[in-house]
Design a protein around this ligand. Structure first.
Ligand SMILES: Nc1ncnc2c1ncn2[C@@H]1O[C@H](COP(=O)(O)OP(=O)(O)OP(=O)(O)O)[C@@H](O)[C@H]1O
Ligand SMILES: [Mg+2]
Length: 1107
């Protein structure tokens, strides 16, 4: 929903009247009452048109919060209740949007709140203008320049604890977007006499107290200061501490602000050194010392302080000491040196202190300006804020007050001029006739002071420059002569006899009737202060200081730049700067804040009517209202006016379609407002009397009440109706839901009843059908049964008939057969009896044999020679045939099997057959040899390069080449040997190298012995006396024993045609060299697993344990 725009106005919830222009009746009492009423309600701001009257509340009000800033931001001036923010916003927006340079003139007497107002304006502008790091820095520097200048330029006076003792005008510069770029501060005449002397109940400038309270011990020591205020003559003691002011914390604030503004550390240090020097100057005291010429010469009492000052400022002590004792006057190239008496020395000291301080202050302003000056050269928009010392009336008013009040006169002058001018211009702009209004113009007072010939300032200058004895009295005399006839000048001694008897006016005084009241000035000191004399010796001493800041403060002390011309007097300087300021202000659009002080006690909630009345009078506020109301009290652009009052007329309510002006015309005609009461300007409606406006407001209020009632009525109606409609809608929904629910329930009930009924009916129907079907089925079955029975009966009957028929037929056939048989048998009986028996027997036998062979053919076993199957015998008489047939068949299939063998295989089988003949059932190792392939050459001698030598040595065909273990005769241990059998020889060779160890011709082998057990040991017995037999028989062992023995046997047989003797015995003798050793085989030892072990038992026995 779009946010509803609420148009408010100054006129809403008004306490008294927010704009004095609307005050009715307009007189002093009503004016003050209105202010008081508003003040009592915490409304400290009131308008006179666009001028803001501000009454110092003397307490913090919650009306300067960021929320308030937001509230006033971008709102029309008259839209909200009067506020300084409204004026600031108006000024800032016309600067930003309409490109008009602005100035904000804040006036009022001392303590009325000008400085506070200027700070509020600055902080508001800072809050609403652009943001960003750079902009924020500029803002921060501009804002932080205030505490620095206040510390050095403000002091506690009887009127104000933080009274500005200088005038300040600050130009804030903005770019086209309204972002701040920088600023320029101008300062006006610091009240420097305060440095050396303060009136009773007042203080010196804040900074002195701040340093002494807030600086660290170390820093104080550096500045050669002590914390005790009473140590310093320049510090008035009676009100050194101010309630609610924390000098120490303010000192920290000032230092921090100096840092933010951009003071370098050494600059800050120098500044405080100068301040310390000023403070210490006050402690220098002089004593008279008589000289030979009878004149008194001043001498410094205690040089300690002087020494410290010189150390602090880098001034040569003797130079300064001399400057306090002598004065050199230069005239026409002649230098005349005169001694100073004590009074002159004190004068010189104070003049130096005042000058040092005031020049330091100006230097500070220049330095701040350097920091805050805009960094760009683009065209700038300017907002000037003027916070100048307020109009002052003290008990003793001197030159300073005169100057201050003159400045205030000038401001009042410009206020009158600009307000009237603006008013006039507006009438012309809007095309309204202008009627002249009477008001007091203070131009005449300004003229009394500043007139170039007869003005008081001109007179004072004249006196100061005049040769001869010049005193304040001569000056007063002159005034008495020249100004005597002036309406606003009063003096006892003037030629005008009016005041001759006025005892309230002392002889040494003159009185001026300022716009703000009569002020009596003590003439004493006017000449001196105007001259502002600092002895040249002192300025030269300062210039010589080894301290860059002090040196810079006294450029005239440079002997190279000696200027014999008198410097311009303080009065003329001030007059010139005020003139420049006025010129500057005239080029800008003015905005006024007129500050009023509600009481003299700095107290909250106290409204002293007499005091306020006095201020209102001299500020000419009533005249201001009158001028504003000359002709027309109230004006407003057509659009807001129509917006505010359109509800008062049917044509314009709720919307007016045409131009706003026409709408306002219709509205005013309709309301019957007399024509003389208003005028139509170009863009604004002008209302002559506040009465008319209030009438409009009353009508509006009443109408608003009616409208509110109407709106309330309609709203209530709408609310009720909406509620009713909502309830109706809800009721319909609920009812429909309920109906639906109850119908669902009902339906469920009906549905289940229907299902029950249905199921009953269906059951009944089904049962009925079942009954019918059963009946039908029974009928069918009965029929079938009957039919079956019937068919059965029929069939049986037919069967019986057929059987009878067949039986009859068969009986016939049988009978016939019997008959035939009988006939045949009778025919052949004789023949049959002779041959038939044998033939039947043979035939039967033949048939049986035939059947036997045919069956055998089908039951033949496989052709495998090892297949043991053979069909069972069918007839006992065929038993021997059957066995024979089995044998023949086996032989036949063995032959068939053998026919498939190659020659090689045949040879092996021959060997195997030989082996079986030799060893079967004799040696337990035999069965294990049946599966062995009888390969013979297990070692590939020819292939293995290791055995090349062996191969070369044996050129016969190798029958056996196998590794055997040769049993050592000595210990029964085995060693590997290659056993070779060739056609003619048995050879034993080393297994590793292949070298032949023994070679025995087959003829020399006589016998081979072995056990009957499952071991591979065998002994090869050699022929006694043969060459080989010298080493003895071989006792060997091999897994292939059976194969080796068989081959040895066969080879020996084929070579020697003699059968080799193979002895199988568990005990045999072996010839070992000369001895015969018995080798005995015993069964059963499992020591070595499955391997037979051989052990030498004694000389005659070698025992082989066979597992
Ligand atoms: N708007 C305000 N809200 C609260 N207190 C205020 C306000 N304006 C002024 N004061 C109080 O009044 C005192 C005096 O105000 P301020 O210093 O602004 O007066 P001034 O007009 O500048 O006086 P002078 O001419 O002596 O410099 C402030 O120190 C502050 O305590
Ligand atoms: Mg001030």
């Amino acid at each position: 929903m779009a946010k509803m725009e609420v148009k408010t106005s100054l006129l809403d919830d008004m306490i008294g009247v927010g704009d004095m222009v609307l005050l009715e009746p307009l007189n002093e009492d009503s004016f003050i009452n209105n202010l008081k009423k508003r003040f009592d309600h915490n409304e400290v701001y009131t308008y006179i048109g666009s001028v803001v009257i501000s009454i110092n509340p003397y307490r913090s009000l919650p009306i300067y919060t960021p929320e308030k800033v937001e509230e006033y931001r971008n709102r029309n001036f008259y839209e909200l209740s009067p506020h300084i923010f409204a004026l600031s916003d108006e000024a800032y927006r016309s600067l930003r949007d309409q490109d008009k340079d602005q100035c904000i003139l804040i006036t009022g007497e001392s303590g009325a709140g000008k400085t506070e107002a200027s700070k509020l304006v600055m902080s508001y502008v800072a809050a609403v203008c652009g943001k960003g790091a750079e902009v924020n820095q500029v803002k921060e520097q501009l804002l932080q320049s205030n505490p620095v200048l206040e510390a050095f330029g403000n002091a506690k006076t009887v009127r104000n604890d933080n009274s500005s003792r200088f005038g300040k005008y600050m130009d804030i510069e903005f770019d086209f977007k309204g972002d701040p770029l920088g600023g320029v501060i101008s300062n006006y005449l610091l009240e420097k006499s305060r440095v050396v002397k303060q009136p009773r109940g007042e203080r010196n400038f804040h900074i002195f107290y701040q340093i002494l309270s807030g600086a660290s011990e170390e820093f104080l020591c550096k500045l050669k200061l002590e914390r005790d205020f009473s140590r310093y003559n320049y510090l008035g003691l009676d009100s050194a501490r101010v309630n609610g002011v924390d000098d120490a914390s303010n000192f920290r604030t000032v230092r921090n602000a100096m840092q933010i503004v951009g003071f370098m550390d050494h600059e800050t240090q120098s500044v405080f050194e100068v301040v310390a020097a000023v403070l210490k100057l006050g402690n220098i005291e002089f004593k008279p010392e008589s000289r030979a010429n009878g004149l008194d010469e001043s001498k410094i009492k205690d040089k300690n302080e002087l020494k410290e000052i010189c150390e602090l400022t880098g001034i040569d002590q003797s130079v300064l000491e001399r400057a306090f004792s002598f004065r050199t006057v230069e005239a026409k190239q002649e230098k005349v040196s005169t001694t100073l008496n004590v009074a002159q020395a004190y004068y010189a000291r104070d003049a130096l202190a005042k000058n040092l301080y005031s020049r330091l202050f100006s230097w500070l302003v220049t330095r701040i300006n350097e920091s805050i000056k805009a960094q760009t050269k683009v065209r700038k928009k300017v907002m000037g804020v003027l916070d100048i010392y307020g109009f002052e009336i003290f008990e003793d008013n001197s030159f300073e007050q005169f100057i201050i009040n003159y400045c205030n006169e000038k401001l009042q002058q410009i206020f009158i001029e600009l307000t009237l001018k603006e008013e006039q211009e507006e009438y012309i702009r809007e095309g309204i006739e202008w009627t002249h209004i009477e008001y007091f113009n203070n131009a005449i007072i300004c003229d009394l002071i500043e007139n170039n010939q007869t003005g008081i300032l001109a007179m004072l200058d004249e006196e100061c420059l005049r040769p001869g004895t010049v005193t304040d009295d001569t000056f007063l005399e002159k005034l008495n002569q020249v100004c005597a006839t002036h309406q606003h000048f009063e003096s006892r001694m003037s030629k005008c006899s009016r005041f001759l008897n006025d005892t309230s006016l002392p002889h040494s005084c003159f009185r001026i009737q300022h716009y703000a009241g009569k002020v009596m000035y003590q003439v004493e000191g006017f000449v001196d202060k105007n001259n502002d004399l600092l002895y040249r010796d002192l300025s030269q001493a300062m210039w010589k200081a080894n301290h860059s800041l002090i040196k810079a403060l006294f450029p005239e002390g440079n002997p190279a730049k000696i200027n014999l011309k008198r410097p311009p007097t303080a009065g003329s300087q001030f007059k010139a700067s005020v003139a420049t300021l006025m010129k500057n202000l005239q080029t800008k659009n003015p905005n006024y804040i007129r500050c009023i002080k509600p009481n003299d006690k700095k107290a909250a909630h106290v409204f002293n009517e007499a005091l306020v009345c006095h201020q209102i009078r001299y500020l000419g506020l009533l005249e201001n209202v009158r001028v504003r109301r000359a002709g027309y009290a109230f004006r407003q652009p057509y659009e807001p006016c129509l917006e505010r009052y359109k509800m008062l007329c049917k044509q314009t309510w709720p919307h007016w379609r045409g131009p706003a002006r026409a709408g306002v015309e219709v509205l005013f005609n309709e309301l019957g407002i007399p024509e003389e009461e208003f005028s139509f300007g170009r863009s604004k409606i002008f209302i002559r009397n506040p009465r008319t406006l209030f009438k409009l407001e009353d009508l509006r209020k009443q109408r608003l009440e009616d409208l509110a009632t109407l709106i309330g009525k309609i709203y209530r109606g709408w609310k009720c109706r909406t509620r009713f409609l909502l309830m109706k809608k809800c009721q319909i929904i609920i009812a429909s839901w309920y109906r639906r629910y109850s119908q669902q329930q009902k339906y469920q009930k009906i549905k289940s009843s229907a299902i029950t009924v249905q199921s009953y009916i269906r059951g009944w129907k089904a049962r009925k059908l079942l009954r019918e079907l059963k009946h039908l089925k029974r009928c069918n079955e009965a029929a079938t049964v009957i039919a079956a029975y019937w068919h059965g009966t029929q069939a049986r009957r037919e069967l019986r008939r057929l059987k009878d028929e067949a039986r009859n037929k068969h009986a016939i056939a049988v009978i016939w057969a019997f008959w035939l048989g009988y006939k045949v048998r009778r025919e052949y009986r004789k023949f049959f009896r002779a041959n038939a028996g044998r033939k039947i027997y043979e035939f039967t036998l033949q048939r049986l044999m035939q059947k036997y062979f045919l069956e055998m053919k089908n039951k033949m076993p496989s052709l495998s020679p090892i297949d043991k199957n053979w069909p069972a015998r069918p007839y006992l008489f065929l038993d021997s045939t059957h066995k024979e047939l089995k044998r023949i068949f086996h032989l036949w299939r063995c032959k068939k099997y053998r026919d498939q063998f190659t020659d090689q295989q045949k040879l092996i089988y021959e060997e195997k057959l030989e082996a079986s003949e030799l060893f079967k059932d004799k040696k337990a190792l035999y069965p294990a040899s049946v599966g062995q392939p009888f390969q013979g050459a297990y070692l590939e001698i020819s292939e293995n390069p290791k055995y090349k030598k062996l191969k070369d040595a044996v050129d016969e065909k190798i029958i056996i080449a196998e590794v055997v273990n040769k049993i050592n005769r000595a210990n029964g241990k085995a060693a590997s040997r290659i056993f070779l059998l060739t056609k003619n020889n048995v050879l034993l060779a080393d297994q590793k190298s292949g070298t032949i160890k023994s070679e025995v011709p087959l003829g020399d082998v006589t016998k081979v012995s072995m056990s009957s057990q499952n071991d591979g040991f065998f002994a090869v017995h050699l022929k006694e006396g043969s060459e080989a037999a010298s080493k003895g028989d071989f006792l060997l062992s091999s897994d292939h024993l059976i194969e080796m023995a068989t081959k040895l046997y066969r080879t020996t047989l084929s070579q020697t045609k003699q059968k080799l003797n193979i002895e199988i015995s568990d005990e045999f003798l072996v010839q070992f060299k000369q001895d015969k050793v018995c080798v005995k085989f015993i069964q059963g030892s499992q020591k070595n697993g499955n391997i037979p072990t051989c052990k030498r038992k004694n000389n005659r026995l070698l025992e082989v344990a066979v597992p």
